[in-house]
Design a protein around this ligand. Structure first.
Ligand code: ASP
Ligand code: MG
Length: 418
């Protein structure tokens, strides 16, 4: 007998029929002898609809009221799911964030969980009831309803699993696992059987949207095994687990891409101490987050440097006038913008122990005639900025070049030059 958390995403509870399916799945787990805690998202499309209503009333709606509205989607889904379990002859009780007491800070629309009181959940289970918890929502210390950011019910699920010390957190979704890359771009993409928290974190932050990033951070911190799987089949999905668990024997676990960023190029800044500090200090003050940064000194021109950085396209739209102002205040010669870019990345723990992975990536892109505009690396990731029109080509070439379609384990990983 185990204690399991099952989380169902928007499509999995997208209709009454699907909610009935969810009810059957929870009851089946309970019949096997497990104690079941269910976390639900709002029915698919519902959160967008609710946010849309708010925007019709106010262009920039009040954040507290926004959360009061947005959280209702999960309230409805939780109650419907509990009813569906009851209709199947089972016992269930819905619990909202404030009823469980999922305590958060007061950062409306992007709140962080501070503590979860597990007693209501345990009490419910002790009664033989399935606890159906509304995802995405919590309560701050003043009793205000908060939400955890888009995709936040993943985080609710993993945090609840950690709080009740569940043996696993199953994330039921409309895909059957985490893939080596986007199957829509690369038909040979393969479902990964096991991946580490670290790799998943990188893939999630690079735009692989299976799990909310925060949920992976919490899973890693509390060592909650997460099983991403389809709510429409019984097939095993992808386990996201600690590094010490047996992982796939690969150097590169996945290829990700992100078209959501734009590039800003400051041409002809003064090359002296403090200029870059001033530039990014001003940018940070305006709450603009940047991703990649490159600086290079123009050899030919006297004491001038160029700085390139990337930021979210949505931030660029908002911040262009401010960027122009910063450029003027620093005596920049010109500012150029490029929105037709994409960041293509490879991720894998194996990079720690294998040299030459980055070089191989650059060679693969070069062989396709793709120019690299910027590079950034971390211990387990290499990202290249390329023209957006080459995204798909780059992803496919890297997927093939690193042999990601091949089921690992059957053979030793490809030899890498040291
Ligand atoms: N319903 C919320 C959203 O659409 C939370 C979630 O689905 O995880 O973002
Ligand atoms: Mg989601």
């Amino acid at each position: 007998m185990a204690l399991v958390v099952q989380k169902f995403g928007g499509t999995s509870v997208g209709s009454i029929d699907r909610i009935r399916n969810v009810a059957k799945r929870c009851l089946a787990a309970q019949k096997r002898g497990d104690d079941v805690v269910v976390i639900v998202s709002a029915m698919s499309g519902e959160t967008n609809r609710l946010l849309g209503l708010a925007h019709q009333v106010a262009p920039v709606p009040n954040a507290r009221e926004m959360d009061a509205i947005a959280s209702t989607g999960e309230q409805v889904a939780a109650a419907l799911t509990a009813m569906a379990i009851q209709a199947e002859g089972g016992r269930a009780r819905s619990l909202l964030g404030h009823q469980v007491r999922i305590m958060t800070d007061n950062a409306f629309t992007k709140a962080r969980i501070k503590a979860i009181d597990a007693s209501k959940i345990f009490e419910t289970l002790k009664n033989g009831e399935i606890a159906v918890v509304a995802g995405f929502q919590g309560v701050d210390e003043n009793g205000n309803i908060t939400t955890l950011g888009r995709g936040g019910s993943d985080t609710s699920a993993v945090a609840v699993a950690a709080a009740i010390n569940a043996s696993a957190c199953e994330i039921y979704t409309d895909v059957d696992g985490v893939y080596t890359t986007d199957p829509n771009v690369c038909p040979t993409a393969r479902k990964i059987s096991r991946i580490s928290y670290e790799e998943m974190l990188e893939l999630a932050s690079l735009g692989a949207k299976v799990l909310q990033i925060r949920s992976v951070e919490i899973a890693m911190k509390y060592q909650v095994p997460v099983h991403v799987r389809s709510s429409f089949s019984d097939a095993e999905g992808t386990w996201v687990v600690g590094e010490e668990s047996a992982l796939e024997d690969v150097v590169v676990a996945g290829v990700a891409y992100d078209k959501s960023e734009a590039r800003v190029h400051f041409v002809g800044l003064e090359d002296k101490p403090g200029v870059v500090a001033e530039l990014f200090g001003q940018i940070a003050q305006r709450n603009i987050s940047v991703d990649m940064i490159i600086q290079n000194v123009t050899a030919s021109s006297n004491q001038r440097a160029d700085v390139t950085f990337t930021l979210a396209k949505t931030d660029l739209a908002r911040a262009k006038p401010e960027i122009e102002e910063i450029a003027r205040s620093l005596g920049t010669q010109t500012v150029r913008y490029d929105e037709d870019i994409a960041k293509v990345s490879i991720v894998g723990l194996g990079m720690r122990s294998h040299a030459g992975i980055a070089a191989r990536m650059f060679r693969i892109l070069a062989d396709e005639g793709i120019n690299i505009q910027a590079i950034s690396t971390s211990e387990i990731k290499v990202s290249c900025l390329v023209a957006a029109k080459y995204t798909e080509l780059a992803v496919r070439a890297l997927h093939e070049g690193f042999d990601l379609a091949k089921v690992p384990g059957s053979n030793a990983p490809p030899a890498i030059a040291k």
